[in-house]
Design a protein around this ligand. Structure first.
Ligand code: TEU
Ligand code: CA
Length: 584
């Protein structure tokens, strides 16, 4: 096998620019803000920064609706600001990965404007279909089919200029590009090469496993009978299961291999990570197996609730054994080839410390944050830290609908409470408080000042979304110099990834027989073993008995890491890497 690629012991930090650091007092984060915080990120020890989109956009889906891929939206700054950020990051040994959103563009992109004219060369760059009068999408027996959007309602929107419907799996301002058209693929590759030549270090690829649709022999999309569900692609049991006719289609591998050849052949030191709704652990192995020259790694979704056959808004209690089974399957599939990304948090997911941990007291919050941080970072793969996760930032705990900004959440409230009457307002507010994407999008908490140091205290506008009131206690300034803080703990986790080859390259194997709330596994490299046991319950569990049973697994005492979410247990030091004496 080839030597381990550089990213196999790297840690990636995701920045949501809109909420990271505002330097011009308009209440929105910007590129100059990121540049001003590079020393903080270098101190944390991360290797790569992934920026959520900063390209020109009407901001319908906070930048995931791009109207010009080769310019920066004024909200965030200019191309010169981007060049300065690249230069300053590279000076500090930090790589920058941009967010590639090419399953769809904005409806304000020049390509889409041109496509409205059937005689234009761009006419076939999107999925346009006529509808039989009286059978419009969204009605029984709809033509061309009855697919639903991830953001609710029909996935087909009528365009009067063209007199046809266009497909949008997300908002109606995000029309799907037609990847069957080679001209579309060439335009995307040209744009990617333009950015790589400008000096970026790779891409995170938004819903890249939706670009190949399951079209039939003559390129037609399949229809689906049945009523349009209020928030899901029809034929799907639950929100979290992507539309089966658009996920991982027949040309998925062909397109990814072509992209690899056209853009990355001959380049070095880059990273490609694909966001992969609808992909199984087994398919992950194929796509990330270096022999297939497709992508370096993927974000899978089954461990954050996709495919559970229910709507994301139907809350279920956290089961440690469920999480263990999902992550074990992901680790197992790439045991011999392929690679795993490791994440719990991102801009679409609630914050793990609130979702699966306990943020009800300061002590429980810190323990939970460390327990889930340790659990994730001790697995085999490349860990992703989402802005604020390293501080133990929590969900927003909003109490009124007007505090929400995300169109997915606002649409869901309207569809489920007012239209389909599936949930009461109170129940929906509970669902939003638990799992709305806005939980991850409140401003980064830098200090205890009125806007958490995100926007200057004397700014004449408020931040675009409310700052979490708990920023007075939870902020970088309070944690930066405290080795016992969540920040201090994440620094150690990241250092372990860099310095301890068992962590970065060791095999992963589950350890059975532990209490159902104890997530236990062994990492092994050249005969050296590291036993990790994390108590994910809120109560003490009999870990010493567990460790006695598990010591039989042949791990010497000096290599046991025990973290708990609830009770306190000392963390025994890992030989030659300190996590010693941490009261979990
Ligand atoms: O997300 C893909 C996606 O499926 C999201 O809808 C997510 O899985 C879901 O909201 C979980 O609750 C990507 C981006 O990360 C997301 O921010 C965009 O809204 C979406 O694609 C469309 O570009
Ligand atoms: Ca700003």
């Amino acid at each position: 096998a080839t030597a381990n690629p550089w990213w196999s012991n790297a840690v990636v930090y995701q920045i949501y620019p809109r909420s990271f650091q505002d330097t011009n007092g308009d209440g929105f984060g910007d590129l100059k803000g990121i540049t001003s915080r590079l020393d903080y990120l270098a101190d944390l020890g991360v290797d790569v920064l992934w920026l959520s989109p900063v390209f020109k956009s009407p901001q319908d889906d906070n930048g995931y609706d791009i109207s010009d891929y080769q310019d920066i939206d004024p909200l965030f700054g200019t191309l010169e600001d981007m060049d300065e950020l690249l230069a300053e990051a590279h000076k500090r040994g930090l790589k920058i990965v941009m967010d590639l959103v090419v399953n769809h563009t904005s409806d304000e992109h020049a390509w889409f404007e041109a496509s409205k004219d059937k005689t234009d060369p761009h006419a076939d760059w999107y999925w346009w279909r006529p509808a039989k009068p009286g059978h419009e999408p969204g009605t029984p027996g709809a033509e061309p089919n009855q697919w639903g959007s991830y953001f609710g309602g029909s996935a087909w929107e009528y365009c009067p200029e063209r007199g046809e419907y266009y497909l949008h799996q997300f908002s109606k301002k995000q029309p799907d590009l037609n990847w069957e058209n080679p001209a579309v693929r060439k335009a995307v590759y040209d744009m990617m090469n333009w950015w790589m030549d400008r000096g970026i270090d790779g891409f995170r690829m938004d819903v890249i496993t939706l670009i190949s649709k399951h079209v039939d022999a003559n390129g037609e999309l399949p229809g689906i009978a049945g009523a349009l569900t209020e928030d899901l692609p029809v034929g799907e049991e639950g929100y979290s299961s992507p539309n089966p006719f658009c996920a991982d289609g027949p040309r998925q591998d062909e397109f990814l291999a072509e992209m690899r050849r056209e853009v990355f052949e001959g380049r070095e030191g880059f990273l490609t990570v694909g966001e992969a709704p609808g992909i199984t652990p087994e398919r992950n192995e194929h796509i990330t197996n270096p022999a297939n020259k497709e992508l370096d790694m993927l974000f899978l979704f089954d461990h954050v609730g996709e495919g559970e056959g229910r709507s994301k808004w139907e809350l279920v209690p956290f089961q440690p054994s469920w999480l263990r089974d999902k992550l074990a399957a992901q680790q197992d599939a790439v045991r011999n080839a392929g690679w795993a990304s490791l994440f719990f948090c991102n801009h679409d997911q609630p914050r793990v410390v609130s979702r699966w941990g306990d943020d009800s007291t300061e002590e429980a919050r810190v323990r939970s944050a460390k327990a889930f941080g340790l659990l994730l970072h001790m697995h085999r793969g490349t860990p992703y830290v989402y802005q604020g996760e390293e501080l133990g930032m929590t969900n927003a705990h909003f109490t009124s609908l007007d505090q929400y900004r995300d169109l997915e959440s606002i649409n869901a409230f309207r569809q489920r409470v007012q239209e389909a009457k599936i949930q009461s307002p109170e129940s929906m507010m509970e669902s939003l408080a638990a799992i709305s994407r806005d939980n991850a999008r409140t401003p980064m908490q830098w200090d205890a000042s009125v806007y958490a140091g995100f926007t200057a205290p004397d700014a004449d506008v408020e931040p675009w979304i409310s700052v979490n009131p708990n920023h007075a206690a939870i902020n970088a300034a309070a944690e930066f110099d405290d080795p016992d803080s969540v920040y201090g703990f994440y620094k150690q986790l990241i250092a372990l990834r860099h310095d301890n080859p068992i962590v970065s390259a060791g095999d992963w194997n589950p350890v059975d027989g532990a209490d159902e709330h104890v997530y236990a596994f062994v990492r092994e490299l050249d005969g050296r073993r590291l036993l990790v046991m994390v108590n994910l319950s809120g109560r003490p569990v009999d870990l010493p008995a567990e460790s006695a049973a598990l010591l039989a697994a042949g791990v010497d005492e000096s290599q046991i890491v025990i973290a708990t979410r609830g009770a306190s247990h000392a963390v025994v030091s890992i030989a030659n890497n300190e996590l010693a004496g941490w009261e979990g």
